[in-house]
Design a protein around this ligand. Structure first.
Ligand code: NDP
Length: 332
């Protein structure tokens, strides 16, 4: 197996020189174990934020979709696909009863998703899909007719949240980082409005697109824009704090914006969450998203990078906003 070992803590954007690719000899399989070969590896923003806490050198964390190529476990036959948090590596031996847990994707067998690519096990039918599903439904609890605002709206999680919002009969407004992304959200995904946060005045955009103000805010980015949106919410609005990518590359956290008045006077409910809170309901989210996909209610787009050697390029790509929808790396 080949694997990425992180040897230097990130400073600013991740760099190739922060990693070493190491070859590892794998042992024979024991009873109950499977050997998998990675087909798609995931790059996710949490990787940038999370590795700060690790003692180095350490194997790089992350989810992957892999094919079982040898098995001594009758429930996991050769040829089947699994998704799991195996890290940035090509081959893995694992006992499905005690899977490696190097990320936020619990081990699961992929259902039959043909004719769609198995990479969806890292996107709408995987961790980001369940983040959108549970984060929106359980934390924002949107009601038909309410207005949902989403930041990071064209990414893996954000683009999915908006589509569920439309399925639930809500008004959906997104903020994303380019005109092309906004056009995709409005024309293809049927967001009611989408704005390029780099070029618009956020308050003016909210006044124009959310005449009844904002009931639910799905926050992927944090920072100044989130404070502005929260100040434009309705009484008893709900905020799902999913991520804060606007500060993941910063060495020093940005200066604090005062948003407590909005929380108090509008009696907001603000809740941070990690998707593995719903690990025991994982298949419920996948089933719901798969059903919407099959009914044609859920669309997806992927940004596919090619080659195991290009993992770092892909990770930097999502931090720079190169992707629409989910970014994955096709290993071969
Ligand atoms: P995305 O597919 O959305 O990719 C990241 C996107 O973030 C980029 O495309 C870019 O889009 C945007 N971005 C980058 N820098 C900034 C910035 N400075 N300000 C605003 N936007 C920026 O990633 P995911 O959908 O996988 O994740 C979205 C968020 O959800 C992240 O914060 C992530 O950490 C979080 N998350 C949280 C989980 C949880 O359990 N709580 C689980 C999964 C994800 P643009 O062009 O619009 O700037």
């Amino acid at each position: 197996a080949e694997k990425y070992v992180l040897t230097k803590h990130f400073s600013g954007e991740p760099k190739k020189s922060d990693f070493k690719i190491v070859y590892e000899e794998l042992p024979e399989l024991s009873d109950g174990e499977i050997l998998t070969e990675a087909e798609y590896l995931s790059v996710d923003p949490y990787m940038r934020a999370y590795m700060i806490g690790y003692k180095l050198p350490t194997d790089m964390i992350g989810g992957q979709v892999a094919r079982i190529i040898a098995s001594r476990n009758k429930n996991y036959p050769v040829g089947a696909y699994v998704a799991g948090s195996f890290g940035w590596r090509t081959h893995t031996i694992c006992n499905p009863n005690k899977p490696p847990n190097m990320g936020f994707l619990p081990l699961n067998m992929l259902p039959d998703i043909s004719p769609h690519p198995v990479s969806l096990g890292l996107g709408i039918l995987g961790m980001p899909g369940n983040t959108a599903y549970f984060g929106l439904k359980e934390i924002c609890k949107p009601q038909r007719g309410e207005t949902i605002v989403i930041t990071g709206a064209a990414g893996a999680v954000g683009s999915h949240v908006g589509q569920i919002g439309k399925i639930l009969g809500c008004r959906v407004v997104g903020f994303a980082g380019s005109d092309e992304k906004c056009e995709y959200l409005e024309k293809e995904l049927k967001f009611d409005r989408a704005f390029n946060y780099k070029t618009v005045d956020i308050k003016a955009a909210l006044r124009e697109s959310a005449p009844n103000r904002v009931d639910c805010y799905f926050d992927n980015v944090g920072g100044e824009i989130s404070s502005t949106i929260m100040s434009y919410m309705n009484k008893n609005g709900r905020v799902a704090v999913c991520g804060s990518i606007s500060s993941y590359n910063d060495a020093v956290l940005p200066k604090v914006t005062i948003l407590q008045p909005a929380i108090v006077f509008k009696e907001l409910k603000v809740e941070g969450f990690l998707v593995n809170r719903w690990a025991d309901r994982w298949s419920e989210g996948i089933k719901a998203n798969l059903a919407w996909l099959r009914e044609g209610k859920l669309q997806y787009q992927e940004k596919v990078y090619h080659g195991f050697d290009n993992m770092v390029e892909a990770l930097v790509g999502i931090l720079r906003g190169e992707n629409i929808g989910k970014a994955v790396v096709k290993v071969k």
